[in-house]
Design a protein around this ligand. Structure first.
Ligand SMILES: NC(=O)c1ccc[n+]([C@@H]2O[C@H](COP(=O)([O-])OP(=O)(O)OC[C@H]3O[C@@H](n4cnc5c(N)ncnc54)[C@H](O)[C@@H]3O)[C@@H](O)[C@H]2O)c1
Length: 423
């Protein structure tokens, strides 16, 4: 099989699947994207992207390379490779919800052909590919994994909004059910990324992703906890971090903030702690990190109260402007954003909460409470009793509006000035 004739079906065209489709198109593969959400399919078919890092120019280039988005699963038939990139959220009890992975595996199984490679990319606990996906694929297709078709796992490391590290230059970890499955997946990804890193098996590839995210989760919580007592001790934690990170070895900088958000950090470590509980242990580092970072929105609300108090103003009735309500800078993704619990708390305290975010027009705080974004940043800043910088979007930072603000609470440690107080 030559590289240019490899045909690929990607199941799930979200933050992970769509950039992969783009990378595969650039790598010369014939790519079809399968998604159950008809609005995603029709949007992409009409050149409209729902993902930050892919725009209509990218979609046009992909269409030129033959990319097709569809909700017709028969596209799987005849694919050399099928990659599953569907969501892996938590259920109402905080346990892994693999329903999308299972549904996708059943869909793939109905059309799976001998000689294909199936890769799971969704973040999940070790054992999922072998114990959940494999039996579904085998039962639905009547084929045997490792013999009739190859089965592998490859964690996605995409960092939305990161201009330096993209799909091609970020090393890709792959693990297979058998050494031949690993080899086949390595061959496949070599067409799309510069460096492929094979693991000894599926579980190691699955664990690598959770190790990376748990490491971030714990270290962010560490600095979040430090931010609380550094404030009381009169220490500028950001300045201390800048000093510490000049050490060329043994230290990696993490930064405090108003809480953690997105699809990875607040969710993925729970997949691991759920698995750890199944063998009789508690994953205390993860539980502690979660407890600390979950408290940050309430801590920011308290700091809002303290800052206003110093200015002899009550929270009740004060205009509080939240700048940036997405979960990270320069993206429009609002999943698990800490702005949501913070806005709800300030609302309950009687504040007149407003927001500005170049990526968000309407911010849904909860089912009933919807906020429409301010359209004029300068005016919104000038009329607020307190401005709270939650996300350091480039567009907000370059606007230079903070000089006209009364008081600013900077939860990102990026602003300076007599009217600025850092978290
Ligand atoms: N977003 C990130 O930055 C990121 C980074 C690394 C890993 N991940 C992991 O990748 C996986 C996907 O995340 P995402 O952010 O791309 O999710 P997403 O919600 O952006 O996209 C998932 C897509 O899958 C589609 N889908 C759901 N069930 C389907 C099915 N049965 N068949 C076909 N399509 C289906 C949805 O309609 C949606 O368009 C998750 O496991 C996530 O943890 C995400």
């Amino acid at each position: 099989m030559s590289e240019v004739t490899c045909s690929l079906t990607i199941v799930g065209l979200g933050y992970v699947g769509l950039p992969l489709a783009q990378g595969a198109c650039l790598g010369g593969l014939r790519v079809v994207g399968l998604d159950t959400d008809s609005s995603v399919v029709s949007g992409l078919s009409n050149g409209v992207s729902h993902i930050d890092d892919i725009d209509s120019v990218d979609l046009a280039a992909m269409a030129e390379a033959g990319f097709l988005a569809t909700n017709d699963s028969s596209c799987i038939r005849g694919s050399d490779v099928v990659v599953i990139c569907v969501p892996t959220p938590l259920d109402d009890n905080g346990a892994p919800d693999l329903s999308a992975v299972e549904a996708a595996a059943w869909t793939v199984s109905e059309h799976l052909q001998s000689g294909s490679l199936v890769v799971l990319e969704s973040t999940t606990y070790p054992g999922t590919t072998e114990d959940i996906v494999r039996p579904i694929l085998e039962e639905g297709s009547g084929l045997v994994a490792g013999t009739d078709f190859c089965l592998s796992y490859s964690p996605e490391r995409i960092d939305p909004g990161n201009a330096e590290w993209g799909l091609r230059n970020t090393p890709k970890v792959v693990g297979g059910l058998t050494p031949a499955c690993t080899e086949r997946a390595t061959w496949f990804y070599t067409q799309i990324v510069d460096t492929v890193v094979p693991t000894v098996g599926l579980r190691e590839a699955e664990f690598a992703k959770l190790l990376e995210n748990t490491y971030r989760h714990v270290n962010i919580a560490l600095v979040n906890e430090m931010a609380v007592f550094c404030h009381e001790l009169g220490i500028d934690l950001w300045d201390a971090i800048e000093a510490a990170k000049t050490k060329p070895f043994g230290y990696e900088a993490f930064y405090p903030g108003p809480g953690v958000g997105g699809h990875c950090i607040p969710i993925d470590p729970n997949y691991l702690s759920w698995l750890v509980r199944s063998v009789g242990y508690r994953f205390r580092f993860v539980e502690l990190a979660e407890e600390i970072s979950d408290r940050m929105p309430a801590y920011v609300a308290k700091r809002v109260q303290d800052t206003l108090n110093t200015a002899r103003k009550p929270v009740n009735g004060s205009v509080i402007l939240l700048l940036g309500v997405t979960y990270k800078a320069n993206v429009r993704d609002q999943r698990e954003t800490p702005a949501r619990p913070l806005a709800a708390l300030l609302w309950e305290m009687g504040a007149d909460v407003r927001f500005f975010d170049p990526f968000v027009d309407v911010f849904i705080v909860d089912g009933e409470k919807k906020m429409t974004g301010e359209s004029n940043l300068s005016e919104a800043v000038a009329t607020a009793d307190l401005v709270v910088l939650l996300q350091a979007h480039d567009e907000i930072l370059k606007s230079d509006v903070f000089r006209n603000a009364g008081h600013v609470l900077d939860t990102r440690g990026v602003l300076t000035g007599a009217n600025v107080e850092r978290l």
